[in-house]
Structure formats: C-alpha cells, structure tokens
Ligand binder design. Structure first.
Ligand code: HEC
Ligand code: HEC
Length: 308
C-alpha cells in the first residue's frame, strides 16, 4: 500500500513537472519590433501561407477572403472545425491585439493561454519573421468581417485535452530553418523562407514519425496521403521526385497547374497551386531554386501498402 502511494505521488510529481516544462509560451510586447506594417507584403504572405485554403467560409471567387471558418477536417484524432479568423468582433478575431496574433502564429499559444493543435500548421509559421506576421495581421484586419461560429472540435480522448499538446510542441516546435543554404544567395534564402515557413510545404510532403512530428531526415521526400489513397509526391530532385523537372518546369507548374507531362494538378495541391499563382515570378523562382538545391531523397522505408 505504502509503495503504491509512493508510486502515485511520484507519478503526480512527474506529470506536474512535464506540464510545467511544456506550459504555453508567450512573447511580450517588448519582443515586437518597432515597425510600421506593410499590407501589400501582408497580402503576399497571406497567399504564400494558404490561410484561405482552410479558413475561407466560401471557396469560390471573392468569397475566398471571407475567413468565417467552418471547414471540417477529418483526422485520425477526430474532427477539427476550422475557426473564424475574419475581423468580426465577437465570432472572429476582430478584438485581437498584434501581440496575441503573433503568439498564435509563432508559438501556437491562444490569447487565453491554451495550446493550439498542430492541425493549424504553426510549426511552419513559427519560422516567419515577426515583421511579416505584423504585415499579415494588418492585411487581414482589412478583410470582410464574417458573422459565423463554426462550433467546437469533436476529438477523441485523449486528444481532446489541449494540455498534452505541450509535449508535442516540446518535441516538434522549432523555429530554426531545416536546410542550410548559402546566406549570400538571396534567391535560395528567399526560397527556403517561403517553403519552410509560410508555404508549409513540408506539412504534406514530409512523412511524420510516431509523435506526429515531421521526419526531418526525409524532408520533402513524399508521404502517405492523409486524404486516404496514394502518396503526396516526393518533391526533392530524386528519380522518383522532381529529377526530370527543370526550375522553369516547377515555376510553370506553380503558376499554371500543368506538369511537364501536361497533367493537371489535383488533390489537396489544387488550392496550394492557386495561391502560388498569386505570388510574384521572383517568389516562384525562389521556391523552384530551393527545391532543386536541397538533397535528393527517397523514402527509405517503403511498405507495400505505400506504393500506389
Ligand atoms: C491546414 C489548415 C490551416 C491552414 C492552412 C491555416 N490554418 Fe489557421 N487554424 C487551423 C485550425 C484547425 C485551427 C484551430 C486550432 C485549434 O483549435 O487549436 C486554426 C486556428 C487559427 C487561429 C486561432 C483562431 C482562434 O480563434 O483562436 C489563427 C489566428 C489562425 N488559425 C490563423 C491562420 C493564418 C493567418 C493562416 C495563414 C498564414 C492559417 N491560420 C492557416 C487550420 C489552418
Ligand atoms: C495540403 C497539402 C500540400 C501542401 C501544403 C503542399 N502540397 Fe504540393 N502536392 C500535394 C499533393 C497531394 C500533390 C499531388 C498533386 C496531384 O496528384 O496532382 C502535390 C504535388 C506537388 C508538386 C508536383 C509533383 C509531381 O510529381 O507531380 C509540386 C512541385 C509541389 N506539390 C510543390 C509544393 C510546394 C512548393 C509546396 C509549398 C509551397 C507544396 N507543394 C505544398 C499536397 C500539398
């Protein structure tokens, strides 16, 4: 009996320790740069980041800028309902301060201090410059306010407890860049920033480990498709990736949706490509240069069920 009590006390202490170590982090006002936001750059980052792909309440035409949320994302953990991030005062984020927004994007921490689920790809957005996040918020402040309350997520136990996300963050949230590039090469640097940061390409194109974190040694080497059948393709320069694509093929694909074989983009890449088409030629060249620069990889463990 005594031993059981000791074990329980130790367990409670261990849990308290873990919760303390993984508590939500926040920046303070002093961490924000003294900076006048630029909404044009904010619009560019909004497109690069694909915010409308998940948060738009209408999917066609100008409705893409109505960020009322409501999209239902089915995952193995349960159903996520994407929230309203339009500037509506009560159902959206109209009352949020700049600091609250930066904390959500950079650290995955909500204004009330809770952790966000990584279904919101802040693990990538955390690599964005604070100035860019400030530009992004200023741009989004000018979008239409949409009155819509999408409702709560319906997640299975234990995923319905936000406290545990701290452990995930401890293992997987790291705002440093993944690949080394020559810092003198402005094009590669820009490409790295767009791909590893706002573009969050790795969230789909990189396989995940058992913790749900990206397997960085398989960066962009392709992954099982979360939508079910088939794989998200390898976009490194490996033979079963983009070996035969030139940088201009990649640029053309991102701008038009056509592959070098005159195939048309499909699946979850459709919305990504539509957003890439809104970027400048320079941004698309930078992304292409980065993809051709990083090491060619092929997923090492390929089970029969992985091959489509
Ligand atoms: C893959 C889908 C997806 C994309 C892309 C995405 N989000 Fe989200 N976002 C979510 C989900 C899901 C949540 C809810 C997370 C939670 O409840 O923990 C969320 C939450 C948020 C929140 C918190 C809202 C609140 O009410 O607390 C903000 C702010 C936000 N996203 C901003 C953005 C911005 C800005 C972008 C683009 C740079 C973006 N999101 C792109 C899925 C996405
Ligand atoms: C939401 C998931 C998702 C995200 C985010 C994403 N992709 Fe994709 N991507 C896909 C899927 C799925 C395909 C396969 C499309 C098809 O079947 O036509 C694809 C295909 C591609 C292809 C063509 C590869 C081929 O062999 O046909 C390229 C190039 C590409 N993506 C680049 C990118 C870049 C660059 C980014 C980041 C800016 C990105 N993707 C972000 C899901 C995604």
């Amino acid at each position: 009996m005594k031993r059981l009590v000791t074990v329980l006390v130790l367990l409670a202490m261990a849990i308290a320790m873990v919760l303390f170590l993984t508590r939500p982090e926040r920046l303070s006002l002093a961490d924000l740069p003294d900076y006048v936001a630029d909404t044009t750059n904010g619009e560019r980052l909004f497109n690069a980041g694909g915010c409308a792909s998940c948060h738009a309440s209408e999917t066609e035409g100008p409705g893409k800028l109505h960020l009322g949320g409501g999209l239902e994302m089915e995952t193995p953990f349960g159903l996520f309902r994407v929230p309203n991030i339009s500037p509506h005062e009560s159902t959206g984020v109209g009352k949020w301060t700049m600091l609250q927004f930066v904390n959500a994007m950079h650290l995955g921490t909500a204004p009330g201090g809770q952790h966000y689920y990584p279904a919101f790809p802040y693990a990538s957005y955390s690599r964005m410059r604070l100035e860019d996040l400030m530009d992004l918020k200023s741009y989004m402040d000018g979008l239409p306010a949409v009155d819509n309350s999408p409702g709560d997520h319906e997640l299975k136990f234990p995923w319905n407890m936000r406290l545990g996300i701290g452990v995930w963050k401890f293992l997987n949230l790291d705002p440093s860049f993944i690949k080394m590039v020559d810092e003198q090469n402005a094009l590669l640097e820009r490409g790295r920033y767009l791909v590893e940061g706002p573009g969050h390409c790795g969230e789909c194109h990189t396989p995940r480990d058992w913790t749900g974190g990206l397997q960085m040694d398989q960066w962009l080497a392709g992954a099982p498709n979360p939508e079910g059948k088939g794989r998200v393709p390898n976009i490194t320069s490996h033979d079963n990736g983009l070996a035969d694509w030139s940088t201009s093929d990649i640029e053309y694909y991102l701008a038009s949706g056509f592959t070098p074989d005159f195939d048309v983009v499909g699946g979850s890449m459709v919305k990504v490509q539509e957003n890439m088409a809104l970027l400048s030629d320079e941004d698309r060249s930078a992304i292409a240069a980065y993809l051709k620069y990083i090491p060619a990889l092929s997923k090492v463990r390929q089970s029969v069920s992985d091959i489509d």
